[in-house]
Design a protein around this ligand. Sequence first.
Ligand code: ADP
Ligand code: GLC
Length: 486
Amino acid sequence: MRILQVSAELFPLLKTGGLADVAGALPAALGAQGCAVRALLPGFPAVVAGLRAPEKVGSFTTPWGEGVDIVLGELPGLGTAGGALQAYVLMAPGLYDRPGNPYHDTQHNPYADNHRRFAALAWGAAHLAYGLDAGWSPQLVHCHDWHAGLSPACMAYWDSPQRVPTLFTIHNLAYQGCFAAACFADLGLPASAFGVNGLEFYGQVSFMKAALVYADHISTVSPSYAREIQTPEQGFGLDGLLRSRAAQLSGILNGVDASVWDPGYDALLAHPFDGRKLTGKALNKAALQAETGLDLLPDAPLFSLVGRLTEQKGLPLVLGGVEEVVGGGGQLLVLGSGDTALEHALAAQAQAHPGRMAVRLDYDEALAHRIFGGSDVTLVPSRFEPCGLTQLYGLKYGSLPLVRRVGGLADTVVDTDLESLDDRSATGFVFDNFDTTDYRRAVRRAFALYRRRADWSRVRQNGMRIASGWEQSALRYRDLYASLLS
Ligand code: ADP
Ligand code: GLC
């Protein structure tokens, strides 16, 4: 099966969140299942810099008259069996040649021409689907998140006797790519597309809605999230549409890319370790405490959080539970960046608890590895979570996840109780309500287990043993592709 994967990010070239991890891991995982995957990416500076042996395969003109070249090159190490991934990149410097974050400027203002930047991506996908590269064309186009969301619409209106099917994966319904109605004129779609049965959403243009209307199938990154987004609480206004498409909506869990995340071989850890021998874990913890200015307390449970500092990720709960962690004799370490108010509040708490709490307001891939490798608990108390990857990294690195029972967190972490301890299914701590009371109780349960060292080790072993690689999920995607092609 020939698949074109369309996304705005791809690890290790460009990453703002889990989308990049997934886009970077899927091609090789699908390759192992017999799919021939090529990627399509906007020509952001980091993408262009990482592309080897680029060659122009064609060009097209956007509906607003801008010329775009499509080059085909190789991304070393990201393809099947560690080979290169073939990647198409859109060369349009006027749209993409801007340093830093791919979506907004240094002041965090979304770029005013974002609708054009990602409409060009969609038209690039449509051109490739319908023969722009004489040497290769996909049988199916797999688009990720709103940035690629217009592709199914552009493809639906393409004038061709043959239809190339589309799969759209929602990584986060909260980010929808909505633009003023006037932007519609730039998109090159027939006027009829701007209606309630098309991509119009409360008077605006919505790239997310375009995908949900026009894609042949919609997937989310966990089965629970696929159900949750069909409810008003989590549907962000699109739950009715999603319910109407329930027969073409399913969830496939993300996996962990073992070539990047494996504590036994992780070059970013000073002391690699595995489930059989955990001395390295203790050494990593001491190094992490020293590095971040925490007191060198080997027996203080070290709670950590790596992620975007937003309400979604449950930072208000973490702030409300600082005393519970620190007062109970634990330590708290946060790595992330995001909302200014949350950043300030976290920094103030860290200042109030020197040696006990540390905050790094930064994006630091290597430190993230050291945190999973050195901490005891990985906090993911999210309000909603499509899948979540940090709890999976926590499991694999022996840092017990403490999560809310929602979305992919509910699907990947098993709460510790007598029964799950006994049958060896326990892997972490799960609480139900998005409130500080429930969160604090989960923290107290973590302390209680930590004092029972044999049980703690047992739960940690359970988590580290879980096979959370990409194989099973890649198989599911392959089967889904096959069903869409039949
Ligand atoms: P989301 O995609 O919603 O941000 P995920 O848990 O799926 O959440 O993925 C987040 C990814 O980004 C993980 O790989 C995580 O380690 C990484 N990450 C998030 N914030 C940071 C940071 N400040 N520094 C380094 N890595 C980070
Ligand atoms: C999104 C979600 C996260 C998910 C990631 C990768 O950013 O917020 O839950 O793990 O995409 O699919």
